[in-house]
Design a protein around this ligand. Structure first.
Ligand SMILES: [Zn+2]
Length: 304
């Protein structure tokens, strides 16, 4: 069984506070072999990584949702520190307007020592696109509605055929043993004078889905990307009524609640919280009657 562990490194909106840093998520995907990804890299991200006890050198892919400063100004520092620490492996940075990767990193004389590859992420049109394919999961994106080109991302684990212990028992196989390695590899196995096929003892294990909205109004592409998600890390800049939402193109609590209940999101963590909502207890009280909805705090860890 895989484990997807999400560390929410920063939870503020445009301006940082003493308790909330700028946007960034560290994701560890582990099913025996670990893969680490970073989503957004606001100012101060590398110190948040250190405070959380996470190893920045494990990150091979960074995904930027959009180029507002609160989501990207930590990039030059992080890239520099990886160089100081002796990185040699290339680093891929995915982003809409990917040419800005080079611009962002050109502010300073970087230590260098390894390749940084900008990767283009489509930021127009309807629908969900795959931007990275790994053996065990895909990273998907969809253009969203913000005041500048912006995308939301998802890590969508692939469905997997796995052994159903009940079916295996019914087929007369032992609880464990080399027979399972053989049946997975060859598709069938001869056991106790009978041929047993993998299809007879397997079931489909649905892959998990983690979604990060970035900054956006609630929109069709976000709904499509987040439908049925196990975990959604969601822009909720405003906890009040719709009001200012349209001008700044962020989500607000009433619209987020409507969306997650209508598209079947299992767990929602509200982030990108405006500094005007200073009292976390008040925010928590506003969502306590909605099961599966919670308010993010810096360095909180959510595992699915
Ligand atoms: Zn922002």
């Amino acid at each position: 069984m895989s484990k997807i562990s999400v560390t929410v490194l920063g939870t503020t909106a445009g301006v940082p506070t003493r308790t909330r840093a700028h946007s960034s998520l560290y994701v560890s995907y582990d099913d025996g072999e670990e893969e680490c990804l970073l989503f957004d890299c606001g100012e101060g991200t590398q110190r948040q990584l250190m405070t959380a006890g996470l190893n920045m050198m494990k990150i091979d892919n960074i995904f930027i949702t959009h180029w507002h400063g609160d989501h990207c100004l930590g990039l030059p520092g992080l890239v520099d520190t990886m160089g100081f620490e002796g990185r040699e492996r290339p680093l891929d940075i995915f982003a809409p307007e990917a040419k800005r990767v080079g611009k962002c990193l050109s502010f300073s004389y970087s230590i260098g020592g390894y390749r940084v590859n900008p990767r283009f992420v489509p930021f127009r049109g309807r629908g969900v696109k795959r931007v990275l394919e790994k053996e065990r999961f895909d990273v998907l994106s969809g253009a969203v509605e913000h005041s500048v080109p912006a995308v939301a991302y998802a890590i969508a684990e692939k469905d997997k055929e796995t052994v159903d212990p009940e079916k295996a028992r019914a087929a007369g196989l032992p609880p464990e043993g080399p027979v399972y390695g053989e049946i997975k590899e060859k598709g069938s196995v001869e056991y106790a004078g009978r041929r047993v096929f993998f299809g007879d003892i397997s079931r489909l294990e649905k892959g998990k889905k983690l979604v990060f909205s970035g900054d956006t109004l609630i929109c069709d592409n976000l709904r499509t990307l987040a439908a049925g998600a196990d975990l959604l890390i969601q822009d909720c800049t405003y906890f009040g009524p719709v009001g200012r939402v349209r001008a700044y193109k962020h989500a607000c609590l009433p619209e987020v609640l409507e969306m997650v209940s209508s598209i079947g999101v299992k767990r929602t963590v509200l982030t990108h919280i405006s500094r005007r909502f200073g009292d976390p207890d008040k925010l928590r009280a506003m969502v306590e009657e909605y099961p599966g909805v919670e308010v993010a705090e810096d360095l909180m860890v959510v595992v699915i």
